[in-house]
Design a protein around this ligand. Structure first.
Ligand SMILES: Cc1ncc(COP(=O)(O)O)c(C=O)c1O
Length: 453
């Protein structure tokens, strides 16, 4: 990747630096002070203008009547400044808890590079995630292999590259670890109540409180080293009490482990943090951790979505339009719009992550204006359904949305909050690409300095 020393915008996927997108942050009035939450909010609001500006400039480069196949493909603008702000917010609210970023959520090398620079660790679940984390140059002790049911050859690989910390939740895994990597440092993953989360995990992973003690005894008998307890309250968790209960359960497991003879030193509180509820969750979690665990116990977490969801904005092109009668009032028009991205692509978060991305108009050739957002909707809003490019009927992004403009083939839409569980779970179904351009920008001088933008 080519970087310009003083610029704040770059693009890795196409391996070129896009000077034309460079904006002066001063010109946009961006502030980087971290004196309090209000400043962070202010930064993120102003940063949106920068993102929008870059989106428009990139879209304007495409000549839809002349371009080659795929030149009008969807693209992302990724604001590393937003990732940085989330980190500052974490530090302000959960200072005791060291983040091990969950690579699965968005393994973009630029995100991993920033995480490494920020001093974070990594939660990896496969050989290739371990490789991506190590490629940032970090020490293997900054990785936790947080997959309780590991592939044996990956376990051998973890031993080879010195990734010692790993989770387990069953006896078979203990025997596998004993045979393959007996020096591993183990975290017993316990069950949580994840009933209020978007993506439940506990039906697949986690030892119940009844199973925990016999597992700790078996580990001791096998001369394996249990160093901690981990849990995950579910991705997109809604009830912060799940954290309180999990911390209380972890305390019980720590006590059992100590009675048996293990010397535990780390509590891993997993992921499940969201943008909107972070302060509330952090308050309850922070208090629970301080109540149940003395300061000599290290506390780590595995946040994914929290760091990246809001940092990525996706633009997609309208490739076709179909005029249909309005579903509620046949005397009016409504339209089906077909985009060049859908649920088999970057909108995989609709299927796998239960998200509802909201379309906003980036360009609308018919009126020459660029409406700010659907929030500015008027009585003249037009009703659309929005579809992906594949032949499958499941490929729908939005069944009904009112937008303030008459959109047609060639116009561009954009979608905010597309950084978590999107690109990483895209497929190539129907021959469409799963590898789209990402334009990296930084709306925070702190992030620009760390990344040399
Ligand atoms: C073990 C583990 N840790 C961390 C995460 C990241 O969760 P989130 O993105 O909700 O923070 C996941 C997500 O599935 C996970 O399975």
């Amino acid at each position: 990747m080519v970087m310009a020393p003083t610029a704040c915008v770059s693009t890795a996927e196409v391996c070129t630096f896009r000077k034309d997108y460079t904006n002066s942050l001063d010109h946009l009035g961006l502030v980087s002070s971290h004196g309090g939450d209000n400043n962070l909010l202010q930064s993120s609001l102003t940063a949106k203008e920068l993102v929008l500006d870059v989106l428009r400039k990139r879209a304007a480069e495409v000549d839809l009547d002349q371009c080659g196949p795929g030149e009008e493909d969807p693209f992302y603008v990724a604001d590393m400044g937003e990732v940085y702000r989330q980190h500052m917010r974490w530090k302000m609210n959960l200072g005791r808890v060291k983040p091990f970023y969950a690579v699965k959520c968005n393994p973009d090398p630029e995100v991993l590079r920033l995480m490494a620079q920020l001093g974070n660790g990594f939660d990896c679940a496969s050989k290739s995630e371990i490789d991506m984390a190590l490629q940032t140059g970090i020490d293997p002790s900054r990785i936790i292999y947080a997959q309780p049911c590991k592939t044996k050859s990956y376990l051998r690989y973890a031993a080879e590259v010195g990734v010692k910390q790993m989770t387990f939740d069953n006896a078979d895994e203990l025997y596998k670890i004993k045979a393959t990597f007996p020096e591993a440092e183990l975290y017993l993953r316990i069950l949580t109540d994840d009933s209020t989360s978007l993506c439940r995990l506990s039906m697949k992973f986690g030892a119940s409180m009844d199973q925990a003690r016999p597992l700790l005894e078996l580990a001791y008998k096998l001369d394996l080293k249990v160093v901690g307890v981990s849990f995950h309250v579910g991705s997109g968790a809604e009830d912060p009490r799940a954290f309180l209960e999990a911390v209380q359960d972890a305390r019980t497991v720590f006590d059992h482990a100590e009675e048996i003879g293990h010397e535990l030193h780390t509590l891993d509180v997993g992921g499940g943090f969201c943008q909107d509820t972070f302060e509330k969750f952090a308050g309850i979690l922070g208090e629970a951790v301080d109540t149940y665990f003395p300061p000599n116990i290290r506390v780590i977490a595995e946040p994914g979505r929290y760091y990246v969801a809001t940092a990525y904005t996706l633009a997609a092109n309208v490739i076709a339009r179909r005029d249909i009668p309005h579903p509620d009032d046949p005397s009016r028009d409504a339209f089906m719009l077909y985009l060049n991205d859908g649920v088999y692509g970057n909108f995989s978060n609709i299927i796998f992550d239960h998200q509802h991305p909201v379309a906003q108009i980036l360009t609308c050739a018919s009126d020459g204006s660029q409406p700010a957002s659907p929030n500015s909707a008027t009585s003249e809003d037009i009703t659309y359904s929005i579809w992906g490019p594949t032949c499958d009927g499941i490929d729908v992004i939005s069944e009904s949305i009112a937008l303030p403009g008459l959109l047609d083939t060639g116009d561009w839409l954009y979608f905010e909050e597309m950084g978590a569980y999107t690109k990483c779970s895209a497929t190539r179904f129907n021959g469409f690409s799963d590898n789209h351009e990402v334009i990296y920008i930084s709306s925070e001088p702190g992030a620009s300095a760390l990344l040399n933008y």
